[in-house]
Design a protein. Structure first.
Length: 153
């Protein structure tokens, strides 16, 4: 029993350290890594659910804590982390095919980082690669990071 508790404590401590470092994984991934990143970070944040369910199912105590006190507490920490740090929002955008750091055109709406750009014309929208002062344009304006910067003259 004591060995199981120590192993569980080490797993939770390692999970906590990895979860605290997870936002650094979002720093600068390439577009091909978004799906892998969303899946792996989601799995990381939801890992304690497995421990909690196992303890509750087997009715194991954790250093004297009743399994129905320890399990829900661990589940709450996991879910607060998953939803509170923005992992769910990031993962949901990636799973829906929206670029969380750039432009995406879905039907007749242009999004930047998941937020719609209302003033942009989706029919004439195009990316402008290799420019520092603008990164997209339509027939009326130029845009930088989703914000209108100047009109076409």
């Amino acid at each position: 029993m004591q060995r199981r508790n120590i192993i569980t404590f080490i797993l939770i401590a390692l999970w906590f350290m990895a979860a605290m470092a997870a936002p650094m994984m979002f720093a600068n991934p390439s577009p091909s890594d978004y799906l892998f990143l969303a899946n792996s970070v989601s799995a990381l944040f939801l890992f304690p659910l497995l421990i909690a369910i196992l303890y509750m199912f087997k009715r194991w105590s954790f250093f004297g804590f009743h399994p129905f006190l320890f399990g829900p507490t661990l589940i709450a920490f996991s879910l607060v982390g998953y939803f509170g740090v923005g992992v769910f929002n990031f993962s949901y955008m990636v799973w829906k095919g929206v670029d969380p750091y750039g432009y995406t055109q879905v039907n007749q709406v242009v999004l930047y980082a998941g937020q719609p750009i209302k003033e942009i014309d989706p029919k004439s929208f195009e990316l402008v690669p290799g420019q520092a002062e603008v990164d997209a344009k339509d027939e009326k304006s130029f845009y930088l990071r989703g914000q209108r910067v100047k009109s076409v003259e």
